[in-house]
Design a protein around this ligand. Structure first.
Ligand SMILES: Nc1nc2c(c(=O)[nH]1)N[C@H]1C(S)=C(S)[C@@H](COP(=O)(O)O)O[C@H]1N2
Ligand SMILES: [Mo]
Length: 255
């Protein structure tokens, strides 16, 4: 059962910001195109829009079809970027849940790393900040039909995954948050050049309600994939689901 999460949002979103056309997801068509590259037209009857369809078909194909991989990693699939002047002002706080209200970063916070990685040592914020940094001005799109443009910067997730010696052939990367939230993405999306572990918004450290000390920013996917207040990252071949995913939201939710 899907509980629309606007019911739980405190900040109001005005009607002129409802942009249903923006959230029509192109993934289904993209995947079918990619698969047909490999001569997999027979699979078009299978529901590639769901995680189970992808498990059954796409991931099996990925292991031996370089053209499918190339299509998935295509640079042409970059999310649109904007000039800094396009940043929505004021950039409002949206995902505010009374019962999950984050009161601040736990004092002993460390980023935990687990699963199929060589180095499971936890990360301090300082150590994270010593890694290469990327800035992006991208549109953050909520499944509920609102969006706003923001400027985030932080460590590309592919840099981080490589640094911890992650098995980059694993299927999933999952995120657990200290407010109780969780989500997960497929490895190709985790390795996408625009997927970052964001530390700053407009060059200032993230505030707790915006995801401090580190949040995912994945502009090729809907907002609910951009986990805030991350506590733990895990690399796994076992489908991890997530808070909204477990309630029926499409697992891919992006391109
Ligand atoms: N930890 C955590 N991350 C989260 C959420 C949340 O409730 N907790 N909400 C998700 C949803 S549904 C959206 S749309 C975005 C909202 O991000 P924002 O608060 O920066 O607008 O964060 C996502 N990440
Ligand atoms: Mo959302």
């Amino acid at each position: 059962m899907i509980r629309p999460h606007t019911e739980r949002l405190k900040a109001a979103v005005t009607e002129d910001e409802i942009q249903p056309d923006l959230i029509r997801i192109g993934r289904r068509f993209a995947l079918k195109r990619a698969l047909s590259l490999g001569g997999l037209a027979l699979l078009t009857g299978c529901d590639l829009f769901t995680h189970s369809g992808v498990d059954a078909a796409l991931w099996a194909m990925l292991r031996f079809d370089d053209r499918v991989q190339a299509a998935l990693f295509s640079r042409r699939r970059l999310a649109q970027t904007y000039p800094p002047s396009a940043v929505t002002k004021p950039f409002r706080f949206n995902a505010y849940y009374e019962e999950w209200q984050v009161r601040g970063v736990p004092e002993d916070w460390r980023l935990e790393v687990s699963g199929l990685v060589a180095d499971k040592a936890p990360w301090t914020l300082e150590k994270l900040r010593s890694l290469p940094n990327e800035m992006q001005v991208t549109r953050h799109i909520c499944i509920e039909g609102w969006s706003q443009i923001g400027q985030w910067s932080g460590v590309p997730l592919h840099v981080f995954l490589q640094r911890v010696g992650a098995d980059l052939r694993a299927r999933y990367v999952s995120f657990k948050c200290f407010d109780g939230y969780s989500t997960s993405v497929d490895m190709p999306s985790a390795l996408h050049p625009q997927t970052i572990l964001a530390l700053d918004f407009l060059d200032q450290p993230l505030a707790p309600e915006w995801g401090a000390p580190v949040r995912l920013r994945i502009p090729t996917k809907l907002g609910f994939k951009s986990a805030k207040n991350i506590q733990a990252i895990s690399v796994t071949n076992t489908y991890p689901g997530g808070f909204w995913e477990d309630q029926g939201y499409n697992w891919f939710s992006g391109s």
